[in-house]
Write a protein that binds this ligand. Structure first.
Ligand code: GLU
Length: 590
């Protein structure tokens, strides 16, 4: 969504000319079809950076790391080296899917009562926990890039960081979406001088059309490029990060009042030094003869998308109308969310994950769905036979994250979702370093949500909070058919599910499946829908007993690539949501 000279620079550098020094707005398209490699991100600059790598012979992993490092500059509130994410990779040579869990980790001293105020015995308000040092988990993004580049890449992480540093120096132009993200977070950002200096010039959100440069981030990227990621996890950059967490640099003259005390965190140098990415086996579900690979715990994305698809597969939908199919989509999602709440956290045993993704489990969940009457929400988790029952449930909050999809000429594919949790994470730019800190630890439940049952997502020592991020790769006969991912808190799951279902269950094209109006049933009393979904399907679904509300202006901002039978690639980004994304291919068709 934010534009600089990258596409223009691309053609100039291809011609061997110098990169221009000022920011400009390149053209972008939400759909691109062709050959030789493809990429889709939310941001034209990041797409251009990845495309350039693909054109110069880099593979999908090289391009994904380059695009992600660029997003760290141009999408600073949804990504960056202060955050974490999940990277799913299809390796064409071995025909296997691998994952990287780069989720933020809590401090070793973390206890289940971490987000309970000791003075009152009550959990902190969300914003009180968010805008503090307490919410910051050890960032996993840089370690993810390093792991991906070293295992599967052909270019160094240093080269990606060096290129992205140029973008930070040159700057990017503020658009309406960027300004909106600052405006919504101006209260939090205004508490910290380093954040104000970058994103609240003169105490106000930057005007559309302003160029933002971030020389501190450029220097940080270059330092890591020179010294390696140890500079972050064990060196001076990490020391500055810890200083900010333990002693938040609160402004003497905040640009607006803040309702809560800004508490220090307890992360230590050994928490930082100990951090390692994990490589869990992907989750797997079979749907319509295709194999759907997703992200395992600590993300709930793979199991929840997979379980819902299994439930849909076990439902009698062959001659169903669109409304009937959407009814089953909403019911399957609610049932899968109930199981997510009860069973999924960082420590869920493999045997439970296998059971939740089994056909047996899907059958006993599917048989609760009535063809002509919506279940009363929230539904209880399984196993509970075919008789539905009702429970209490707490939905998650959060809408900020970013996602990218890349494929190369050899058939390797990356689906990568990364985040700081809320837009702008905990609100703090690390002084002198130019990157923002995550507030990922607020993805833990602050207190138990499962009544007398254990809550799988309470804080614990070194634990990673449950995520909804759902980077997904679908194979047909062992080869990529579709890769898709999205931002949007726990609506990530419903967005990815609805796109896969739209493409495979409703017979939409991929661009149609992304553009289609969305609805999220996360086992809450009301369905959260975009207005166009509510208007189009609301009356028919309401007559089946579905309840709507509150609506959301937009849900998710997905990216995807579909692989055609003739070796072509169709890259798709959002046509409208979040200002529209950018899709590109190396050799356009025709
Ligand atoms: N923190 C969220 C998660 O991991 C993502 C944040 C968002 O997309 O709003 O599920």
């Amino acid at each position: 969504m934010r534009f600089i000279t990258a596409l223009a620079a691309l053609s100039l550098t291809t011609l061997g000319l110098a990169t221009p020094a000022s920011a400009a707005v390149p053209a972008k398209s939400s759909t691109a079809e062709g050959y030789g490699g493809a990429i889709a991100t939310v941001d034209a600059t990041a797409t251009a950076a990845g495309l350039e790598v693909l054109r110069r012979g880099g593979n999908a992993v090289d391009a994904a790391v380059a695009a992600a490092a660029t997003l760290g500059v141009t999408e600073p509130f949804a990504s960056g080296i202060g955050g974490g994410g999940f990277f799913v990779y299809y390796d064409a040579r071995t025909r296997k899917v691998f994952t990287i869990d780069g989720r933020e980790a809590g401090p070793a001293s973390m206890t289940p009562a971490y987000f309970v105020n000791p003075a009152t015995g009550q959990p902190y308000a969300f914003d009180e926990a968010r805008v503090s040092g307490l919410s910051v988990g050890v960032p996993g993004t840089l370690a993810t890039w390093k792991s991906a580049a070293e295992q599967w890449g052909t270019r160094s992480l240093s080269s990606a960081l060096t290129e992205a540093a140029k973008v930070a120096d040159r700057g990017y132009v503020v658009d309406g979406e960027f300004r909106r993200q600052v405006t919504e977070n101006a209260g939090a950002f205004g508490q910290f001088d380093a954040t104000k200096a970058l994103y609240l010039p003169g105490g106000l959100p930057p005007a559309v059309g302003t160029t933002i440069r971030n020389p501190d981030l450029a220097a940080t990227y270059r330092e890591i490029a020179r010294k390696g990621t140890g500079a972050f996890y064990r060196g001076s950059i990490g020391a500055d990060l810890l200083k900010t967490v333990k002693n938040p640099a609160i402004s003497d003259s905040p640009s607006s009042p803040w309702a809560y005390p800004i508490r220090p965190g307890v992360l230590t140098a050994s928490d930082l030094a100990r951090y390692q990415v994990r490589h869990p086996a992907p989750t797997r579900a079979d749907y319509q003869g295709l194999t759907v690979y997703g992200m395992s715990t600590p993300s709930s994305g793979g199991t929840t998308v997979g379980e819902a698809l299994n439930i849909l597969e076990a439902s009698p939908l062959d001659s169903a109308s669109t409304v009937e199919k959407l009814h089953y989509y909403l019911e399957a999602s609610a049932l899968a969310f109930a199981d997510r709440g009860r069973y999924i956290g960082a420590d869920t045993p493999q045997s439970t994950l296998r059971e939740l993704l089994s056909d047996r489990w899907a059958k006993q969940r599917a048989c609760q769905i009535s063809p002509d009457r919506a279940l009363t929400k929230p539904v209880a988790p399984g196993p509970s036979g075919c008789t539905p029952s009702v429970t209490a449930a707490t939905p998650d909050t959060g809408m900020s994250t970013t996602n990218l999809t890349v494929a190369d000429r050899w058939g390797n594919v990356v689906e990568y979702t990364l985040t700081l949790e809320q837009f702008g994470g905990n609100g703090m730019v690390v002084p002198g370093r130019g990157f923002m800190l995550n507030n990922e630890l607020t993805d833990f439940n602050f207190t138990g949500t499962q009544g007398t049952f254990a809550d799988p997502n309470l804080p614990g020592p070194g634990k990673r909070p449950r995520s909804s991020m759902s980077p997904t790769i679908v194979l047909r006969d062992g080869k990529p058919f579709l890769a898709v991912g999205a931002p949007g808190g726990s609506t990530i799951i419903t967005t990815v599910l609805q796109i896969i279902y739209g493409r495979l269950g409703l017979g939409l094209t991929l661009p149609q499946a992304l553009a289609a109006p969305r609805a999220a049933q996360r086992n809450t009393a009301g369905i959260q829908a975009e207005p166009a979904f509510h208007t189009t399907y609301g009356p028919a679904l309401t007559s089946l007993g579905h309840v709507f509300g509150p609506d959301a202006p937009e849900i998710g901002a997905a990216t995807a690539i579909e692989f055609t039978r003739h070796g072509g690639q169709l890259a798709v980004a959002e046509p409208v949501r979040r200002g529209g994304g950018a899709a590109a291919v190396v050799r356009p068709r025709g």
